[in-house]
Ligand binder design. Structure first.
Ligand code: PLP
Length: 425
């Protein structure tokens, strides 16, 4: 039998700048998981001690995740992913009342977008709130959209494409005052912003996902504030106190517990070093390239995310070339890659289709090294110059072939030397 193509290929060395799509598993997380994939395979629901031992470790993992949100372990429900947590939150909220209207935004992840479209087909009403040109959301718009028949308001905490943060605690208070359940998709936030006040806030339901915080793929969390009525979405055994059927994904949950601890330990690194790295990356590009725009309100973003419009160039062309150089970045979210439509998030912010199609998201993490940024800064500017030189979209040169690539490169090299000196200082 022939080995498959992938088996024969050496693993590519990558400079991974797509941490909002997924993250690497932290070594400490992997280490914590291994015994539960090998030796301790008992079912946590079994009555004998081999099962009880596993149950004890699940309990510990639940406590660690609860600490991340400042809540009690009973308020944590493990699910299979962020999508399931989102779907369960909205579904459950609508099942627990006769109300048939949902308020959400135009910039949610497809987990919520596609679910609310499905709800519309089922006869529910959905209001999708617009955002401002800088990607922010006005709490007053939420307040005005709530109707007597609104069953749930679902608004993401941090946008996966731009990193823009919404004032969800303030919105949660508005919802409480109006007597409406509030859910937030917080999948992009753990380890990037401090979540320890969640339990003190008026947020009723909150989703998280393991693979965005250096835990494995295929495990998620739904936080449900105590006394929030819940209807199971996955119906089966009595796991998760009857709220979510299915034998627990033990090793991944153990990993997620460890990842939650690390997220808290490394929060200050993310908010200082990673933020500084992201800011330097943006500043360096802005200095060296004209017609470049950073999407999203600068000071109201996740510290790790940079969404950049490179006017006159198609993001797909940039991404293909970056890929050849071993750099992973993305346009839109990983879940919508392959679609030719401009990003719904950037469109909602009012970007023209042409500009929205020129945007690339770079997202960094605790594991991003200075050398990765340096490398990306060596590659990106000349690449954009070259693509622009060839681009029929570029209004500056009607005769594109007359564009002086050599002169552009020389200028580029000088600026590069200047930036490298700044980084090395
Ligand atoms: N919500 C947001 C904001 C996301 O970024 C993602 C993942 O990309 C999800 C939900 C879905 O999470 P999962 O991949 O665990 O289903």
């Amino acid at each position: 039998m022939h080995a498959s193509r992938h088996e024969n290929e050496a693993r590519p060395e990558v400079v991974y700048l797509d941490n909002n799509a997924t993250t690497r598993i932290a070594p400490e997380v992997f280490e914590a998981m291994v015994p539960f994939l090998t030796e301790y395979y008992g079912n946590p629901s079994s009555a004998y001690s081999f099962g009880k031992f596993v149950e004890g470790h699940l309990k510990e993992a639940r406590e660690k995740v609860a600490a991340l949100l400042g809540c009690t372990p009973k308020e944590i429900i493990f699910t299979s992913c962020g999508t399931e947590s989102d779907n369960m939150a909205i579904w459950s909220a609508l099942q627990t009342s006769a109300k048939r209207h949902v308020v959400t935004t135009q910039v949610e992840h497809s987990a919520i977008m596609n679910q609310t479209e499905q709800l519309e087909r089922m006869g529910f009403g959905v209001t999708r709130l617009p955002v401002q040109p800088d990607g922010t959301l006005l709490p007053a718009d939420v307040e005005n959209a709530i109707r007597d028949d609104t069953g749930v308001v679902s608004i993401m905490w941090a946008n996966n494409e731009t990193g823009v943060l919404f004032p969800v605690e303030e919105i949660a208070s508005i919802c409480k005052r109006k007597g409406v359940l509030f859910h937030t998709d917080a999948v992009q936030t753990p380890g990037k912003i401090d979540l320890r006040n969640v339990a003190k806030s008026d947020i009723d339901l909150l989703s998280m996902s393991g693979h965005k915080l250096h835990a494995p793929k295929g495990v998620g969390v739904l936080y449900a504030r105590k006394r929030t009525k819940l209807v199971p979405y996955v119906i089966g055994g009595g796991q998760e106190r009857g709220k979510r059927g299915g034998t627990e994904n033990v090793a991944s949950i153990i990993g997620l517990g460890r990842a939650a601890e690390l997220a808290m330990e490394k929060l200050s690194d993310e908010q200082t070093r990673v933020r500084a790295m992201r800011d330097l990356f943006e500043e360096a590009l802005l200095q060296r390239l004209p017609h470049l725009y950073i999407n999203g309100r600068r000071e109201q973003r996740l510290p790790n995310t940079s969404n950049i419009a490179f006017d006159f160039v198609e993001a797909e062309a940039i991404l293909m070339r970056l890929d050849r150089k071993g750099i992973c970045a993305s346009s839109g979210s990983a879940c919508t890659t392959g679609s030719l439509d401009p990003s719904h998030v950037l469109s909602a912010m009012g970007l023209t289709p042409a500009r929205a199609r020129s945007c690339v998201r770079f997202s960094f993490s605790h594991y991003t090294r200075d050398a990765d940024i340096k490398y990306a800064l060596e590659i990106v500017p000349p690449m954009i110059e070259e693509l622009r030189a060839m681009s029929p979209l570029n209004p500056e040169h009607t005769d594109n072939f007359a564009y002086d690539v050599t002169a552009a490169r020389e200028k580029e090299e000088k600026l590069m030397a200047h930036t490298m000196a700044a980084i090395n200082e």
